[in-house]
Write a protein that binds this ligand. Structure first.
Ligand code: GNR
Ligand code: NI
Length: 166
């Protein structure tokens, strides 16, 4: 059991594009277990590898109340989007900050599961938003990047200040 450290905004490493996973070996399997434990402990409903300083395209998600529905996606790709939705989002890398972000309402995603087997799923609601939020992390994007420059500056200052004081 290993809990990983989560990078906090505005850490520049959160703005690095993650690379495609080429082979799903023991190292990746262990990373997935550690990422899941880190997400559950946080607690959060999702976690992307770049948040724990691993620049590879891996995400874990569990939006269930019972925390027994782990979804692992390796090299996820959105292959279709329909409509628009807006939800108040938070992020483990931006603790204490919540804001509305506009996203696709219904998405179709393809990915590899933890054993490297390809699968597809259609998602909407919280799951759809969460998948888009996590794929953004893989592309070096954090939800505050969608906010006004003024809000981003305020959030940056607040984050740097709380990190100095802890
Ligand atoms: O725990 C999380 N909650 C959340 C709420 C609304 C929209 C997205 C999320 S993802 C977030 C965990 C996280 O930071 N994943 O990258
Ligand atoms: Ni996040």
């Amino acid at each position: 059991m290993a809990l990983l450290d989560i990078l906090i905004y505005p850490d520049p490493r959160l703005h690095t594009e993650a690379r495609t996973v080429e082979s799903i070996d023991k190292r990746i399997q262990t990373l997935i277990v550690d990422m899941s434990e880190t997400m559950y402990a946080a607690p959060g409903i999702g976690l992307a590898a770049p948040q724990v300083n691993v620049t590879e395209r891996i995400i874990v998600i569990d939006i269930s109340d019972s925390k027994d529905s782990l979804l692992v996606m390796i090299n996820p790709e959105i292959i279709h989007t329909e409509g628009y939705t807006e939800l108040e989002e938070g992020c483990l890398s931006v603790p204490g900050i919540y804001a509305q972000v506009s996203r696709g309402e219904k998405i179709r995603v393809q990915a590899l599961d933890k054993d490297g087997k390809p699968f597809e799923l259609t998602a909407e609601g919280l799951l759809g938003v969460c998948i888009q939020h996590e794929i953004d992390h893989l592309d070096g994007k954090v939800f505050v990047d969608y906010l006004s420059r003024m809000k981003q500056d305020r959030i940056k200052k607040k984050m740097l200040k709380t990190q100095r004081n802890s």
